[in-house]
Design a protein around this ligand. Structure first.
Ligand code: GAP
Length: 500
């Protein structure tokens, strides 16, 4: 079952993943705030990407450059002259649209054949009554659209105390350029040999004409980009090195999304055709995801050749080359660029994890996140919040688990409802403390000092000695199957009070 965008937006707000920016003032156009669980989810995506693509590799290093750069960077990169979208304005309602998007929008139509009745027609379809196709503004249905004009997507600002032309600079529209500009610094300081890559994560800003679809296209977003430099004279397996590494990166990125649970049937590759290729690219392949709005770009992997280093060398007057020891010559490396959006990845992970299931005649919403992606790893829940020892034990367990992972305590509802809440935010395991754990001093009964661990996906429960909880969660997170734990500790019968 595929989930609708409305369902995701509402879950994200209800459960503290994503809020509309400045909501109490009516919201800011296409900017979003990540709430308590969104922050954790996003930081997990970034942490895993950094770990897998930078820290675990021998050929990668990181960079964290400033957002404001010298304005000449954007002249050299082509952004001042070419980072534009064609836009059209409605002469009546003054709304602005991307010229290449208007035909893909539902359109408002006042139909002459039905005494001017107003209809909203599906994108690209003619009116069923009068047969007309859209010619006017799709938003108001009344105004003529202007001829397309180029609109630069960079946010302009001023550096320093004087607002004058000479101090104009831009909020970066991509993280990539800082890696080209710092090529020489990184190369020399780290004594690197080709092929090697520089990675950077961080905010980018684009004054998109038609942002929308929740966090899919916003004006402020985060990117995770890699510039992987190769020697264009080298060959690998009989192929030019840039072409070989381009394919390698496509495979590695595809595998990364699947490693963290994205289903293969929701991912596909799309080759850019010649007409669509950016002016700097030899070849570009997008990884597309089946979003609630349909197949769309999750990330792009481009072969940018030596365009960027040559441009920055030309504009800065500095040499941005690499000395090829074997051939005894200075060369300008080619670059392969895997460029991903953090927010888009987060949306894809959310959509992919979303399930509605029926459990004992009731609907359960569950986010089946990969445990490493899940914002909260363990929730510790008291079966009876009036029993002080139970609550105290829960807090002690949570505090111990929180030293290693995100762990929460919740006692604000009955256990069944608490489990549902944790299912809905994708917490892989819940730990429950009950009377059996702590015993009953009044009756002289000793507790067994075991807590119940409940698995989100199977809803099975096991009883684990409290001192072993950390190692059990560690093993599960490292990939041990739940069945191995069930085998070791035996599944616990579910009492009605603990019912999943
Ligand atoms: N340096 C190359 C570059 O920036 P891009 O295709 O424009 O390439 C890379 O952007 C990725 O950044 C996209 O695949 C997408 O995931 C993300 N992205 C781009 N624009 C975005 C926006 N307005 N909102 C959210 N994510 C965006």
């Amino acid at each position: 079952m595929s989930v609708s965008m409305d369902t995701l937006v509402s879950l994200c707000k209800r459960r503290g993943f994503v809020f509309q920016s400045s909501e109490i003032y009516g919201g800011t156009g296409s900017c979003w705030d990540y709430g308590p669980l969104g922050v954790e989810l996003k930081s997990n995506i970034k942490r895993l990407w950094w770990r897998d693509f930078v820290q675990l590799r021998r050929d990668m290093v990181g960079l964290d450059a400033s957002i404001l750069m010298h304005p000449a960077v954007w002249k050299a990169s082509g952004h001042v002259d070419h980072f534009t979208d064609p836009m059209v304005d409605c002469r009546e309602c003054k709304r602005r649209f991307r010229a290449d998007h208007v035909d893909a929008m539902p359109w408002v139509h006042y139909c002459a054949a039905t005494k001017g009745n107003k209809f909203t027609m599906p994108a690209g379809e003619p009116c069923g009554h009068c047969g007309e196709r859209r010619t006017l503004c799709p938003g108001c249905g009344k105004g003529e659209l202007t001829a397309p004009r180029q609109f630069n997507l960079m946010f302009k600002t001023f550096m320093g105390p004087v607002e004058e032309e000479a101090s104009v600079t831009y909020l970066r529209p991509e993280t990539a350029q800082a890696m080209f500009v710092n090529f020489e610094n990184v190369l020399q300081s780290m004594r690197l040999k080709l092929p090697f890559g520089i990675a950077q994560m961080g905010r980018s800003f684009r004054n998109e004409i038609t942002p929308g679809n929740f966090i899919f296209r916003s004006r402020e977003f985060e990117q995770m980009e890699i510039e992987y430099f190769v020697n264009p004279h080298d060959t690998v397996d009989g192929r030019p090195a840039d072409e070989y590494w381009h394919d390698r990166w496509i495979d590695e990125c595809m595998a990364w999304f699947q490693r963290y649970g994205m289903r293969a049937e929701n991912l596909q590759l799309r080759e850019h055709d010649k007409a669509e290729l950016a002016h700097y690219a030899k070849r570009t392949v997008d990884i597309e995801y089946r979003f609630p709005i349909g197949w769309n770009e999750l990330m792009g992997i481009a072969n940018r050749t030596d365009f960027d280093l040559k441009q920055h060398a030309k504009f800065s007057g500095k040499s941005l080359t690499y000395f090829d020891e074997e051939r005894k010559e200075h060369i300008v490396p080619y670059v392969v660029e895997p460029a991903a959006g953090v927010d888009r990845a987060l949306l894809a992970f959310l959509a992919d994890a979303y399930r509605e299931e029926e459990v004992r005649g009731e609907k359960r919403v569950v986010l089946r996140f990969h445990p490493e992606i899940a914002p909260v790893k363990v929730a510790v829940l008291p079966l009876l919040k009036k029993r002080e020892e139970i609550v105290r034990t829960c807090h002690a367990i949570r505090d111990e688990l929180a030293r290693h992972w995100t762990a929460v305590y919740d006692d604000t509802a009955a256990i069944g409802r608490l489990y549902r809440r944790q299912d809905e935010v994708g917490t892989p395991w819940c730990v429950t403390v009950d009377v059996q754990t702590v015993g009953d001093r009044d009756k002289g009964e000793q507790g067994d000092e075991r807590a119940t661990v409940r698995d989100r996906d199977s809803m099975e429960q096991i009883r684990v000695p409290i001192p072993e909880l950390v190692s059990v969660v560690r093993e599960l997170l490292a990939g041990a199957p739940w069945s191995s734990m069930a085998g070791r500790f035996g599944t616990a019968p579910t009492t009605p009070a603990q019912s999943a």
